[in-house]
Ligand binder design. Structure first.
Ligand code: XMP
Length: 319
């Protein structure tokens, strides 16, 4: 009988058998899959696990600190946090093309990860959060975004001479099983049931050139949107919701003065498979509240819009 407890016990036993007393390395992103792998491996092999968490500066509000609080402080897992914000911002400077931005972020990620991994000379295994649908996907299509996504996410570019063996303990599981495992392993359920977040992070939610200034403004606006969705009990009724930064200036009035500042778009969709999606029909009163809060609380934003495009023909992300 495949209960969650059985799956955990079985996985723990298999991991111990596989790795023995070897050291294991895991790239922790803060996403569900790598988080569940971290919790599972920690249960199985404790201190033989070291995680590397690359903070590219394109994460959500306080996300980097939250990852550290949960895994390092609460669970006692060894996590090396690499603050690579400057590195990524430099690499992205002057680039406005969406696919080139994705490539830069992906390559930079692998570079930073490899640098850190190269310092851990006693490591024998590289753990990855590959789940069953990833296995199917990479067996199928040879082109398209899915492939690119996985190559960014499940780091594929370690130095030849490292010769790490792959450890993929979630390889046979579907997403809902992975989530149940996460909860049973003690991860908070709002973390485990979070909306998906793309590997390139806010890099594809800032239209055109990425700047730290834009990312900082966007993080605040997005945080208000998500906080209000949770407060209104709408978070779990949408499949994915986020804020997009538009680098155009629009007029607003504060007191007697006219000011010209940035615009954000709120995006929320309902979908089963993310291949097609309907824009979420969020209540007007709710949207009004979010818009007022964003404009009143964030000085650099003068205007908030709501995206009413469905997929197809629009995509969920704006880039
Ligand atoms: P689109 O925008 O193509 O998004 O309708 C479908 C789903 O994929 C996510 N997405 C990405 N995930 N790297 C990722 O890891 C990417 O480059 C990327 N682009 C889109 C998107 O958030 C949505 O859930």
């Amino acid at each position: 009988l495949w209960t969650t407890e059985n799956i955990i016990d079985d996985s723990v036993e298999r991991i111990r058998e596989q790795v023995g007393s070897d050291e294991v390395l895991l790239g922790l992103s803060g996403g569900v899959d790598s988080s569940v792998v971290a919790a599972l491996l920690h249960k199985a092999i404790g201190d033989q696990l070291t995680c590397v968490f690359v903070d590219h500066g394109l994460l959500r509000h306080q996300e980097g600190d939250q990852v550290m609080a949960m895994f390092a402080e609460n669970m006692g897992i060894k996590v090396i946090r690499v603050d690579a914000e400057d590195y990524f911002m430099d690499a992205l400077k002057g680039e406005a093309d969406p696919e080139k931005k994705r490539k830069i972020i992906g390559h930079s990620f692998i570079e930073i990860f490899d640098q850190e991994a190269g310092k851990l000379t006693s490591v024998k295994w590289l753990a990855q959060g590959t789940i069953y649908p990833d296995v199917i996907e990479s067996a199928g299509s040879k082109t398209g975004k899915a492939k690119v996504i996985k190559s960014h996410h499940n780091v594929g570019g370690l130095p030849e001479d490292m010769k790490l063996e792959l450890l993929e303990p979630l390889r046979e599981l579907f997403k809902d099983e992975v989530r149940k495992l996460g909860v049973a392993l003690g991860l908070p359920s709002d973390m485990v049931y979070r909306h998906p977040f793309p590997g390139p992070g806010l890099g594809v939610r800032i239209l055109g050139e990425v700047k730290k200034e834009y990312a900082d403004i966007l993080r605040l606006a997005d945080h208000i949107f998500i906080e209000e969705l949770r407060a209104a009990d709408l978070y779990d009724k949408t499949s994915q919701a986020f804020t997009v930064f538009l680098p155009v200036k629009s007029v607003g009035v504060v007191g007697d003065a006219r000011r010209y500042d940035y615009v954000v778009a709120l995006r929320a969709v309902e979908t089963i498979d993310f291949m097609t999606a309907r824009w979420a029909h969020l209540p007007y009163e709710f949207l009004e509240k979010v818009s007022n809060r964003i404009i009143n609380e964030i000085p650099r934003i003068t205007r908030v819009t709501y995206d009413i495009s469905s997929k197809p023909p629009a995509t969920i992300e704006w880039e």
